[in-house]
Ligand binder design. Structure first.
Ligand code: TEU
Length: 565
């Protein structure tokens, strides 16, 4: 596979609303991002992925866009975005923007116009009559039984026109009709406008949902009771024309600037087979995708029904993705983002005794895989999930909708809250903890969401000059990737697959082999030292026969593989 610059790159995600507030309104903004670029550059990353800052009513924190060509005044202006692009480029980094084009806001002029059945914009969205032999506007009359990602049905009835419109997410996020070539051309034109403005690519929000089965069939019911909602994913996840649309987007927008760009598709529910189709360089669709298998292993009946996940299952899952994209395509590598709980709380142990070691172990384990790693804001500090006293503390539509419908269905709050506390996206959206000053240095005003009370202990200022800090460990891991071709181009082989505590794998390129060994458990693990020397270690005595809880080591192996046996 021809080497591309993003094979050795590391991407840092900024969720601007929670990153840094420059004007004291309690909300992060673009000037705040500029003020913290030295922090990002010091980490050593190559690309910043900026979550949406376009004009939006903020029903889903900006993933509901009402004007693709303007910046929401809450975050700044086009001028402040131009300043950010300039400052990022001046530091030798690139900036990719979030592209949210499966849906718009219901306040977008396109949707407002489409409300008129006679408007040429009617066909820019999915408007349909009530299901036959049902009275329009009554429960169960929705055109399909699909369940929304944000709970409830995916259709909302519009009294004025007597039809329903489709929204896979919230009612304020109507799905665009990508079957309509006018929609596609309008999106491509907008993408070209942003590339001409100097951005370096896109993170494409739920882009594998843009192609729906036009027959709009019902999904398998998700419950026993009559009228239960159904699983529509077989009819909109990587739908019938998805690869046609992605190829068209490449040829219409990306092709002429391909070499400088990074494109990553967010693809909920994507299979490895489909990921190969999306990321096969010969097919010219996108550079990489975000898979969801590993962040679905602790999901029971739904996201907030948390089930135990063991390390063997996690290893098998990540190994499948390494093997599946070894010869064709490219992996992204991530533990968390703005939609997932904090990595150290979910995959590590955020108890003060193990917090730092486990955060560093997770960094080493993830970043030495084959693929492009993503660091989510605050992950480089080991930021943890936050304590949530009641539903009133939550801000995220996904969490509050789930809670409201669960209470409506008769469940007790005390039965619902534990799952929300563990899995809510708000865990990732508490403000970045810059220092021990009020509000962790995030804002001089009233923050839009609670600041994690552990900020006085856990913050960037406390870590910069601590050689053993999580921040400095991330720096060393990222620097390794920039320096060592084995990490970028080497093969991957998982070892100790059935071991309940150890995550061990080898990367090999030509005659060089690196071995990662991590004890991802709260108990010591027996270990037999390989022939080699330790390149990086997350702390503690190097016992050749034992790995301490959450201890991680990177070895350069010596001698032939046979000699290691
Ligand atoms: O997320 C899509 C998506 O799959 C998430 O809803 C994810 O499934 C869920 O949050 C995990 O439980 C993208 C954006 O990243 C998310 O922030 C938006 O809410 C969503 O699309 C709609 O744009």
């Amino acid at each position: 596979m021809a080497a591309r610059w993003w094979h050795s790159a590391v991407v840092y995600q900024v969720y601007p609303r929670s990153f840094a507030d420059s004007d004291g309104d309690g909300l992060g903004d673009l000037r705040g991002v500029v003020s913290k670029l030295d922090h990002v550059q010091r980490l050593g990353v190559d690309v910043i992925w900026l979550s949406p800052v376009y004009r939006s009513p903020q029903a889903d924190n900006g993933y509901d866009i009402s004007d693709y060509y303007d910046i929401d005044p809450r975050f700044g202006s086009l001028e402040s975005l131009d300043e950010l692009i300039e400052e990022v480029h001046a530091r030798g980094m690139k900036l990719i923007m979030d592209l949210v084009v499966n849906h718009t806001s219901d306040e977008h002029p396109w949707f407002q116009a489409s409300r008129d059945p006679n408007s040429p914009f009617r066909d820019w969205y999915w408007w349909r009559d009530a299901r036959p032999d049902h009275e329009a506007g009554t429960p169960g009359a929705e055109p399909t039984n699909w369940e929304s990602y944000f709970s409830g049905p995916t259709w909302t009835f519009d009294e004025a026109s007597g039809q329903y419109y489709l929204h896979l997410f919230g009612p304020k996020q109507p799905d665009l009709n990508w079957e309509n070539p006018e929609v596609r051309e309008a999106i491509y034109e907008m993408m070209r406008w942003w590339l001409d403005r100097g951005i370096d690519g896109f993170r494409m929000d739920v882009i594998n949902l843009i192609s729906k089965d036009p027959a709009l069939p019902d999904g398998e019911p998700l419950g026993e009771d009559p009228g239960a909602l159904g699983d529509g994913t077989p009819f909109f996840v990587s739908g019938p024309r998805i690869h046609e649309f992605m190829s068209e987007m490449y040829s219409q927008v990306l092709q002429t600037q391909d070499l400088r760009l990074l494109t990553v598709a967010e693809t909920p529910g994507v299979s490895i087979e489909d990921a190969r189709l999306f990321t096969d360089a010969a097919r010219h669709e996108v550079n990489m995708v975000f898979g969801f298998d590993h962040v679905g292993l602790d999901r029971g009946a739904d996201k907030f029904d948390v089930v135990p996940r063991d390390l063997v299952t996690l290893k098998e899952c990540l190994n499948r993705w390494q093997v599946g994209l070894a010869d064709v395509g490219w992996n992204s590598l991530y533990w968390d983002n703005h939609d997932q709980p904090r990595a150290v709380s979910r995959f590590g142990n955020d108890h003060p005794d193990h917090w730092a070691a486990s955060a560093k172990a997770l960094a080493l384990v993830l970043h030495l895989h084959r693929g492009t790693p993503y660091v989510y804001q605050g992950e480089e500090l080991g930021m943890t999930n936050s304590p949530w006293a009641s539903i009133d503390d939550f801000r995220d539509i996904e969490s509050t909708n789930y809670y409201d419908l669960a209470v409506e269905a008769g469940r007790e709050p005390d039965d619902i809250l534990p799952g929300l506390r563990q899995m809510s996206r708000d865990n990732a959206r508490t403000p970045v903890q810059w220092d021990a000053s009020p509000n962790a240095g995030f804002t001089s005003g009233e923050p839009w969401i609670q600041v994690n009370p552990n900020y006085e202990r856990l913050n960037a200022a406390a870590q910069y000059n601590d050689p053993d800090s999580v921040f400095n460990f991330y720096q060393r891991v990222i620097e390794l990737r920039h320096r060592d071709p084995v990490i970028v181009d080497g093969s991957f082989e998982m070892l100790e697959v059935e071991h309940p505590q150890l995550y061990v794998y080898v990367r090999q390129l030509d005659n060089r082999r690196l071995l990662v060994a991590a004890n991802l458990s709260n108990d010591p693990a027996e270990w037999s030292e390989p022939l080699g020397f330790v390149l990086l270690h997350n702390g503690g005595p190097l016992d050749p026969a034992r790995l301490a809880p959450w201890e991680a080591r990177l070895y350069e192996l010596v001698g032939s593989p046979e000699a290691q046996k």
